[in-house]
Ligand binder design. Structure first.
Ligand code: PLP
Length: 402
């Protein structure tokens, strides 16, 4: 069975060129980047080359890049690092403003700091998933020390007006963090253009290895380290560097920059084909999220009268990998906090699938997916009491009009 992978927002396969760049550092060039001998110096050189590659993709300076174990650590580092320094000598805690549809790496970190004496405000979003700009400045208090709003949502792909949010925050001297994990490699991400002070990225979403990411920290931004130990990463992140992972991440960033425009156009064309195909073939569906301010590769569709899990498992049996809500909450049958924040009710939120495309998907795969979705939805709806009730009601209405 040929597998069709449409779950690139969960993770991407490692690019062969990335693997090739990493292999020497898993085999012979095993030095510790802090060692002063030749093997150590070679590892240090590789780490610094990768730092420059990551920085170039973001329009940053290499010294503003701190390598982490991934997006989750970078989000924790940004929020906890700023909040830890926030407490004033008078003992006043800090306040963070974020959005209701952040990834759990941000949301649960905000909840963590809020339980420890700080405060957090969660901005509501409109029905397309965009924060309401008019509500941003009124959320600031004299204690607000950080605004954290993601660049692109992982479930619906909606892009946030981060540049405008940053402008509002900077008018009050408040630093801004954005989680750009899903945006990187799919839309241009430039730290100066966005005007952000802290920015999170992750390697495994851009055809790099898992377990590697980075936090961009604008020069002059005050932040306490999350991990304590050696003097690695300029004393900003203790722990022996994951040299092969960092090398792979650097190469993945280089490739992402070279291919961005071509990949985005390819993915958008296929995503639109998938959207049109599903809308044409399957009744009672709706597209969730913003229709234009959206990642080029992401399509979130609500199918009335069915559960997303049933659809996912049936598609999996046909060799098609998609997801319901976010990968991090699959296996957790609570409806997605993102879809609820858009105003969907529980039943509608349960009936959604996320299709997230990648650069090697083809038109043939998309057409096969449209066929499979049409077949599977019909089969699952045939077993749905909700759908039967709806059909009976429709028939009764038709009879009364006859
Ligand atoms: N932020 C967003 C928006 C994500 O989609 C993810 C992963 O799904 C993360 C953060 C976490 O990144 P990582 O898997 O590298 O910890």
């Amino acid at each position: 069975m040929n597998r069709i992978y449409l779950d690139h927002n969960a993770t991407t396969p490692v690019d062969p060129a990335v693997l090739e760049a990493m292999l020497p550092y898993l085999r012979d060039a095993y030095g510790n980047a802090s060692s002063v001998h030749e093997l150590g110096r070679a590892a240090r050189e590789a780490v610094e080359k990768a730092r420059a590659q990551v920085a170039r993709l973001l329009g940053a300076e290499p010294r503003e890049i701190v390598f982490t174990s991934g997006g989750t650590e970078a989000d924790n580092q940004a929020i906890r690092g700023v909040l830890e320094l926030a407490r004033t000598p008078e003992g006043r805690p800090g306040h963070v403003v974020t959005s209701a549809i952040e990834h759990p790496a941000v949301l649960n970190t905000c909840q963590y700091v809020a339980k420890r004496g700080h405060a957090a405000t969660y901005l509501a979003v409109d029905t397309t998933g965009r924060v309401k700009l008019a509500e941003v400045a009124p959320a600031f208090t004299p204690e607000t020390v950080l605004v954290s709003v993601m660049l692109a949502n992982n479930e619906i792909g909606t892009l946030q007006p981060v540049r405008e949010v940053a402008r509002l925050a900077h008018e009050k001297g408040i630093p801004v963090h954005t989680d750009a994990v899903q945006a990187l490699g799919r839309v241009p991400v430039d730290v100066d253009d966005l005007g952000v002070d802290l920015l999170t990225i992750s390697s495994h979403k851009i055809y790099g290895p898992k377990g590697t990411g980075a936090l961009y920290v604008r020069r002059g931004t005050r932040i306490a380290p999350l991990l304590h130990g050696g003097h690695h990463e300029n004393r900003r992140r203790a722990g022996t560097e994951n040299v092969p992972g960092i090398v792979g991440f650097g190469r993945a960033c280089e490739l992402a920059g070279e291919r961005l425009a071509e990949v985005a156009a390819h993915e958008a064309r296929l995503r639109d084909r998938l959207q049109q195909g599903i809308l044409a073939r399957v009744p009672h569906v709706q597209v969730n999220g913003h229709l234009t301010e959206r990642l080029p590769n992401t399509l979130n569709v609500g199918f009335m009268f069915v559960e997303g899990e049933g659809l996912l498992m049936n598609l999996d049996l046909e060799g098609i990998a998609v997801s319901t809500g976010s990968a991090c909450s699959s296996g957790d049958l609570k409806p997605s906090h993102v879809l609820l924040a858009l105003g969907l009710d529980h039943a509608a939120a349960h009936g959604t699938l996320r299709f997230s495309l990648g650069r090697s998907n083809t038109e043939v795969e998309i057409d096969a997916t449209i066929d499979a979705v049409a077949r599977v939805v019909e089969r699952v709806r045939a077993m749905s009491p909700m759908y039967h009730d709806f059909r009976k009601q429709q028939q009764a209405e038709a009879a009364s009009h006859a």
